[in-house]
Design a protein around this ligand. Structure first.
Ligand code: DLL
Length: 436
């Protein structure tokens, strides 16, 4: 398929919606005609591609979930012959089977364009050097970012994740202006710089394009202060494409703009599946508009956020920074809380560092949560113990949950090398067993 590119700076909302409707009708028809799973689900719901006459009609179509992808493992949701698939990616599959996605040459081309567009929005310019520390391999982060850097006309340094001391060395030697990695891994790299006797603020890095995990505005400010650069949010997921589904503008830093010429975004109530009112928080749902090998219709991301009007790119809506996924939510004695809420509060107390983990345990029939937070290396323990008490009180006051706060020593907690797992669920462990 040929898709006429749009000019994101000049297009208005009506023109964008006209493009979306035409592409939506193509995408739904393509999925229905070529993927038996979609055909069965549409038929069972009594809807056909011709029923999509307006953008709102998308709400008549059945949802797609991770279960659909697992049950058709590995290639059952592909809509083109295997001979037309140029690349495969897969999720890590920590729970159950991996989810597998495919791309035609055209899909790879559009993906590179969208990452290049995302980088431009982040302030990256042709001629800059980009240190890419997203993992290469089946994860979409490394190769997805890589192609976008090349498409933009910048220079990619294909570092991948891990080997922090080497990352620090190469940043020192190659002097890249830009780094791409998860926000938690950038903190690890900053610590690595300090360990190597380098002031993180004096590095060549000017822009960090960070994503693949939830992070707060407080963490953005901490990263910007620590490394003296602009930290910009990139969002995406493998089922919908990979990095570059949405990206923040470096000039506004007010949440990623969704590239709506390629993806139709909705938010729904995760309980009822009904659309949420405009601007209300809900589960993000995506329908691809231009994907050939792996069209995806109303995919339930489990990511919670709200859709807001565009700013830097007025025709495109933004998503508010993602608070978390509904599977990250901790229900503690009836109070719902997300690790990002604790992150905000930890970062509001300067005696504490952004290095913390949450441990969920069971005491009798009740769940208990402990936040273990590393103390600041330059401060004594007593000062940090007092800060821990402040944190405990703020968690109670702001979130309404009773959480124990324990100070950990500098360097005691594991460091991120990619996507950070904040929560350790120890509930099936008998009380009194040592935590490794
Ligand atoms: O993480 C793709 C990606 C790579 C995005 C590099 C950005 C940068 P998955 O491994 O399929 O794909 O994980 C997707 O990660 O549903 C969110 O829960 C989370 N996520 C991704 N970006 C962000 C972000 C990649 N900017 C899942 N903020 C998504 C919050 C994010 N969460």
């Amino acid at each position: 398929m040929e898709f006429e590119p749009v000019d994101i700076d000049t297009i208005d909302r009506d023109e964008l919606e006209a493009v979306q409707l035409e592409r939506l009708r193509w995408s739904v028809e393509h999925a229905y005609r070529n993927v038996p799973r979609y055909r069965e689900k549409f038929d069972a719901a009594g809807v056909a591609p011709e029923d999509v006459r307006t953008l709102a009609d998308v709400a008549r179509l059945p949802f797609t979930t991770k279960a659909d992808l697992r049950e058709t493992y590995p290639f059952g949701m592909f809509a083109v012959p295997m001979a037309d698939v140029r690349r495969i990616h897969a999720s890590s599959g920590t729970t159950g089977r991996a989810t597998v996605v495919g791309y035609t040459a055209g899909d790879l081309d559009r993906w590179a364009d969208l990452v290049a567009r995302s980088l431009r929005a982040s302030g990256v310019q042709p001629g800059m050097k980009v240190h890419n520390a997203y993992g290469y391999g089946l994860f979409t982060g490394g190769l997805g970012a890589h192609a976008g850097v090349e498409r933009l006309g910048a220079t990619v340094i294909p570092m991948s994740g891990g080997q922090t001391a080497r990352q620090v060395q190469l940043i020192r030697d190659f002097e890249p202006e830009v780094i791409m990695c998860t926000p938690s891994y950038l903190l690890t790299i900053a610590d690595g710089m300090v360990a190597a006797g380098m002031d993180p603020r004096s590095s060549s890095l000017r822009i960090a394009v960070l994503g693949a995990e939830p992070w707060t505005n407080e963490l953005r400010l901490e990263i910007e202060r620590k490394l003296d650069l602009d930290a910009v949010d990139i969002y995406g997921l493998s089922e919908v494409m990979g990095p570059g589904v949405a990206n923040e503008s470096v000039t506004t830093k007010d949440g990623p703009h969704v590239w709506e010429d390629h993806f139709l975004a909705e938010t729904i109530d995760p309980e009822t599946g009904e659309p949420t009112a405009p601007g209300e928080i809900g589960e993000l749902v995506f329908t691809s508009l231009t994907k050939e090998a792996f069209p995806i219709i109303r995919y339930r991301t489990r990511d919670l956020t709200r859709l807001l009007p565009g700013t830097a790119f007025p025709a495109f809506r933004r998503i508010e920074k993602i608070t978390g996924r509904d599977d990250d939510m901790i229900i503690l004695r009836g109070v719902n809380l997300f690790p990002t809420q604790i992150e905000e509060l930890v970062l509001g107390i300067e005696q504490l560092t952004p290095h913390f983990v949450l441990e969920l345990t069971r005491e009798g029939h009740l769940d208990a949560l402990t936040a273990r937070v590393e103390r600041h290396p330059d401060l004594d323990r007593a000062t940090c113990e007092a800060a821990a008490e402040v944190l405990r009180q703020r968690i109670k006051a702001h979130i309404g949950a009773s959480v124990a706060v324990v100070i950990a020593e500098p360097g005691e907690l594991p460091r991120s090398e990619g996507k950070l797992q904040r929560l350790r669920d120890l509930r099936d462990r008998p009380v009194g067993t040592d935590v490794p």
